[in-house]
Design a protein around this ligand. Structure first.
Ligand code: G1P
Length: 293
């Protein structure tokens, strides 16, 4: 019987240099979008997909991520004493009781493929999700990861979330060429990491969501350094495709590239406009402000 996807890997060891000096002491994954750290949106998406084990691949100066997912005992006692039930519930909602969090240190920043391979001792012989918190995806319903888990359950194949990007920007992404479309998914025929626009096989880009079969771990072990001198997940996936079908899935929803300053600002505005407490006042403000531009 096909195993269920119960584990998600969050590679969060990156230096966040694009957001310096904000990220000198604070991990970029802890920067807030409205009132929640980036990281929390990614974990909530995993929870919505039925995943119960969160595996964080961390590095130096990322301890606050661990703090965020730990019980804040003193804070809870104080809120209890002051009868601040609403805030207390908010705090409890950060990590529902059935969810396990596991932290693994990536000893050296050797690339996304290497980061994912650090999770092997915990993932073992099961399919798993990889979620890059920088890529926020809003679909207003079940979440992108759940969409992908559903496709995995239907096909038993690894699934990569993809979307069309500006052809001038192919060198920021893993790029795929696919075979015959089956509606919103298709088998990948070719995948390459960050090709220059003139050699890119298409403008269909991999965004930060993957469901992978455990066979990927053996492939990563045999993957040498690729684009940028790093051990690339994309190269290991290309190798996996020799043995197994890998699907590209055009997800439903809007992606925000919160790893870039403009994408981060756009996410602030759009999540602000959806926030139940803020949306009306914020919209009024934006409308007035737009008149001054
Ligand atoms: C990583 C992957 C790349 C993918 C991208 C999505 O690149 O290596 O294939 O398209 O995430 O965000 P990074 O953005 O970490 O350089």
């Amino acid at each position: 019987m096909q195993k269920k996807v119960t584990k998600a890997v969050f590679p969060v060891a990156g230096l966040g240099s694009r957001f310096l000096p904000a990220t000198k002491a604070v991990p970029k994954e802890m920067l807030p979008i409205v009132d929640k750290p980036l990281m929390q949106y990614a974990v909530e998406e995993a929870v919505a997909a039925g995943i119960d084990t969160m595996i964080f691949i961390t590095g130096r100066s990322k301890n606050s991520i661990m703090e965020h997912y730990d019980k804040a005992y003193e804070l809870e006692k104080e809120l209890e004493a002051k009868n601040k039930t609403e805030i207390l519930n908010l705090l409890h909602s950060v990590i529902p009781p059935n969810i396990k969090c596991i932290f693994i240190r990536q000893p050296e920043p050797l690339g996304l493929g290497h980061a994912v391979s650090c999770a092997e001792p915990v993932v073992g012989d099961e399919p798993f999700a990889v979620i890059l918190p920088d890529d926020m995806i809003y679909d207003g319903t079940r979440g992108c990861t759940k969409q992908m888990v559903d496709l995995y359950e239907k096909t038993g194949s690894s699934v990569l979330a993809v979307e069309r990007v500006d052809p001038k920007e192919t060198d920021k992404y893993g790029i795929v060429r696919t075979g015959e479309s089956k509606g919103n998914y298709a088998a990948i025929e070719h995948i390459v990491e960050k090709p220059k626009p003139d050699v890119a096989p298409s403008n269909l880009a991999v965004v930060g969501r993957y469901i992978l079969t455990p066979a990927i771990f053996e492939k990563i072990k045999n993957t040498g350094r690729g684009a940028g001198g790093e051990i690339q997940l994309t190269d290991a996936i290309a190798d996996l495709m020799k043995d197994e079908q890998v699907l590209a899935y055009e997800f439903e929803g809007i992606r925000y590239d919160s790893g870039a300053k403009l994408g981060f600002l756009i996410a602030q505005v759009e999540y602000g406009l959806r926030h139940p407490e803020l949306k009306d006042d914020f919209k009024t403000y934006l409308k007035e402000f737009a008149k001054t531009l």
